[in-house]
Ligand binder design. Structure first.
Ligand code: ZN
Length: 511
């Protein structure tokens, strides 16, 4: 009896200590988030580098707490199987998350981490120069060091199977090469095949519509008009402008998004804003009871991207969406659009075309851009290819997937910032998001059969509440794997995205 009650005391003490630590780190994280938002949107140029040090100091404090002796002790107690099973579901999820961070962080020796932080900033500068000069050799030595470090990280983290699994896990817990390869193989083969058929078809959507100038005040007015209609709560967020749009959650009552307006590209602001709104609805929809805990955020990069892509593509690029909103868009841009029929507009926003630049790619070819990067990252980490081979590997893969070869490295291997930042393992989450979003759409269509009819009427509430109830509210309560199975009843399956793309473009291109 005595032993049992002592254990109980110990457990409840450990739980309360853990909750305190979790909450303190969460508060720090919120403040760091707000500071980062300010750096990227409002802070004057001259103050940014100075303030970066303040953010760095606070981040270090949060990091120290997450790997502190106290954290080690409470995690040791709470992860004892006989203790863990007594915890409620929310505490279990918080312990799981903090434990994963603890395990990862403590494995990297501090001098290796320091080397990595320094390399990130020098590699980024060299990447910018290389891109400007179209000279891969300026970036290559830094990228070589980065790949070597990332290989080391993989060894420190530990993995089963392919070493790249250790890096994938950072962005999509539980994801492996062994799971991803068959998913991507199916998607790659069918996308290449569909692209060929589209190129061989006699039809091509109009391009003239988007070669016109669209004034920025009207773009802003249209964006502000559709934002609340999509369910974004402007009392729990705000919209600002940045060169690279993003969404950032300070807490469930303060989820901010940014967009950018380009006179010569009206699609950028419209679809960029809808995309970020998808991220924001996720964060605004998390159960507010999770505030102050580690599970208060979206569960993974892939699931997050599924929510933004769902809103941007499945909803925002649908015929029904524009059946409802096209009249409003025409009212904002009468000179450009009053003589353009809805059907022409709808097909034009769904134009498919092989292109060099990932961020400008359409819904179909986007995944090919990702899979190209995935194959390259995997081979770099396993040592099958070396950094010096990259331009030629890149170009031959472009030829194989798209049938085009970039005329310069700036339009090819040098286009993305990710590798200079050490972001190996990040790219797959974009396509994984697309894959999840089609699988989720398949489930929604069964549960809300009038899904498209509602969109055509401009009624998004039922759809948003479905997403909130089935996905958003849970935050990190479930791992991405568990969540997808819970929502759709099965493991990730690329067949849904393949079918969705096939049906959509067969109709648009008459193939
Ligand atoms: Zn996104």
């Amino acid at each position: 009896m005595t032993v049992k009650s002592n254990l109980k005391m110990e457990l409840s003490e450990a739980v309360s200590k853990f909750k305190q630590l979790d909450e303190t780190i969460s508060h720090y994280t919120n403040v760091i988030g707000l500071a980062n938002w300010d750096q990227r949107t409002k802070a004057p140029k001259k103050g940014r580098a100075l303030f970066a040090k303040s953010i760095g100091a606070l981040s270090t404090e949060a990091f120290k707490l997450s790997i502190s002796q106290e954290m080690r002790e409470v995690l040791e107690t709470l992860t004892q199987p006989e203790n863990f099973e007594q915890l409620d579901q929310v505490t279990q999820a918080c312990v799981r998350e903090r434990k994963a961070t603890f395990e990862k962080s403590k494995t990297i020796p501090s001098e290796t981490y320091q080397e990595y932080v320094v390399l990130m900033s020098t590699a980024n500068n060299s990447w910018e120069d290389a891109r400007k000069e179209n000279d891969f050799s300026l970036f290559a030595p830094y990228l070589e060091k980065m790949v070597e470090l990332k290989k080391k990280f993989a060894e420190f983290y530990g993995y089963e199977g392919h070493p790249y699994n250790a890096l994938l896990d950072e962005f999509e817990p539980g994801l492996t090469v062994e799971k991803l390869d068959p998913l991507f193989k199916n998607l790659r083969e069918s996308s290449i095949n569909l692209l060929k058929r589209i190129q061989e078809s006699n039809y091509s959507p109009r391009k003239d519509i988007f070669k016109l100038t669209y004034d920025i005040p009207s773009q802003k007015a249209f964006n502000k008009f559709i934002l609340p209609k999509l369910g974004y709560d402007l009392d729990a967020g705000r919209l600002d402008e940045t060169t690279h749009p993003f969404a950032l959650a300070i807490n469930t009552g303060d989820v901010r998004i940014t967009t950018r307006y380009l006179e010569d590209n009206v699609r950028s602001a419209i679809f960029g804003t809808i995309h970020e709104t998808g991220h924001a609805l996720y964060e605004q929809g998390v159960n507010p009871d999770y505030e102050g805990t580690v599970i208060r955020r979206g569960t993974s990069f892939g699931i997050h991207e599924s929510q933004s892509r769902f809103l941007e593509n499945m909803v925002g690029r649908s015929k029904e969406f524009w059946t409802h909103f096209y009249g409003d868009l025409q009212d904002h841009f009468p000179t450009q659009l009053s003589n353009v029929p809805l059907d022409d507009f709808y097909r034009a926003i769904n134009l498919v075309e092989p292109s060099y630049i990932r961020v400008e790619a359409d819904e179909l070819t986007y995944n090919l851009h990702i899979m190209l990067r995935y194959e390259i990252e995997k081979s770099l980490i396993s040592g099958e290819i070396e950094v010096k081979d990259l331009p030629s590997v890149w170009n031959s893969k472009m030829e194989e997937y798209f049938g085009i070869t970039p005329p310069t490295n700036t339009l090819g291997v040098l286009q993305d910032v990710h590798w200079s930042q050490g972001g190996f393992g990040y790219f797959p989450s974009y396509s994984l998001g697309n894959l999840y979003s089609a699988q989720i759409l398949n489930t929604i269509l069964k549960e809300i059969p009038d899904f498209y009819a509602l969109i055509e009427k401009g009624e998004f509430l039922k759809i948003r509440l479905w997403l909130k109830e089935n996905i958003h509210q849970f935050g990190k309560l479930y791992t991405p794997d568990e969540l997808i199975k819970k929502v759709t009843g099965e493991e990730p399956n690329s067949a849904y995205l393949v079918d969705y793309l096939e049906n959509k473009y067969r109709q648009i291109y008459g193939i």
